[in-house]
Design a protein around this ligand. Structure first.
Ligand SMILES: [Zn+2]
Length: 44
């Protein structure tokens, strides 16, 4: 387990935390790789 910063509230949360326990942001570390293949979010 590791800690990463939530991109929404900037608090450090577990990489397993989804949604963020502080602000409730889903995918608080950014786009998970599974979403790239079927989430419909456009690539840069
Ligand atoms: Zn957060």
């Amino acid at each position: 387990m590791a800690l990463k910063q939530c991109k929404e509230c900037k608090k450090e949360i577990s990489t397993d935390a989804n949604p963020c326990p502080h602000c409730g942001k889903k995918n608080p570390h950014g786009m998970p790789k599974w979403l790239k293949y079927g989430g419909g979010i456009s690539a840069p």
